[in-house]
Design a protein. Structure first.
Length: 253
């Protein structure tokens, strides 16, 4: 399905796990007796593409390398300044000229092969500037309370995606939106590298958000595709031990 010389996969794995109260990096949190990051890597292997992803490490990077081994390609995010900064940190590790850059967060261990293939397929077929995965929830009750902190998809009157607002920056009306950002993106590589350095950190966290590229693309009148996932469980990103326990119960071996 994927021509490996046309796509590069970046996995964001530099984050801490303060709210989970564990010493390990968040990417090494365990689900079904396997680290989050290993789940992601095993799923990428199923794509049968021969692609070696670039793993962006930061917090306790040596520990991640110890667990995974030295056969992987690593890039270092020296300071945790947000997802946009993390992708910038991977730039030097890309030696070829891929047409598509796929970005995955390592704290979503249940992202499926089908979802990744769907994003890549839509991007390759429709040739937009970016393709984003979204999830539509009926409510934030029960186990879905763990999705309430996700960024909200903002659509215009034409129903096209206009921007993503992070939960911490959202107003009360925006927080009611039930279409959420899954943090899985496919970018036109040339456009990404031409624009990523334009991201500003004028937000509540003073971080460089990768999601700011959505509004940037809209301002440039570029095409954005949004692909909803079928299985809401894939979207879960545990931020506490309690949420991890919920995921452990919901996940299928």
């Amino acid at each position: 399905m994927i021509q490996k010389n046309k796509i590069k996969i970046i996995i964001l794995a530099a984050g801490k796990s303060a709210r989970m109260k564990m010493d390990e990096p968040k990417a090494l949190a365990m689900l079904k007796n396997k680290p989050f990051l290993r789940h992601i890597l095993d799923t990428i292997k199923k794509l049968d593409s021969g692609i070696k992803p670039i793993i962006v490490v930061g917090h306790k990077k040596e520990r991640i390398k110890e667990v995974l081994g030295n056969e992987h390609i690593y890039a270092e995010q020296s300071e945790q300044l947000g997802t946009g900064h993390a992708v910038m940190s991977a730039r030097k590790a890309i030696n070829d000229n891929p047409e598509i850059i796929l970005v995955i967060s390592a704290d979503q261990p249940l992202i499926s092969k089908e979802t990744i293939e769907g994003i890549i397929s839509v991007h390759a077929e429709k040739n937009p500037t970016m393709t984003i995965a979204t999830v539509l929830v009926p409510d934030f009750e029960d186990w879905r309370t763990g999705l309430n902190h996700f960024g909200r998809i903002i659509r215009g009157t034409d129903n096209l995606v206009k921007k993503i607002v992070e939960f911490k920056d959202a107003n009360d009306e925006e927080k009611k939106i039930k279409e959420l950002n899954l943090a899985l993106y496919a970018f036109d590589a040339e456009w990404l590298w031409d624009n990523i350095n334009k991201i500003k950190n004028k937000n509540a966290q003073a971080e460089y958000y990768l999601t700011d590229l959505i509004k940037m693309a809209c301002d440039q009148q570029k095409k954005i595709e949004a692909v909803p996932v079928v299985n809401i469980i894939e979207a879960l990103q545990p931020n506490s031990k309690e949420e991890l326990e919920i995921l452990e119960k919901l996940a299928v071996e």
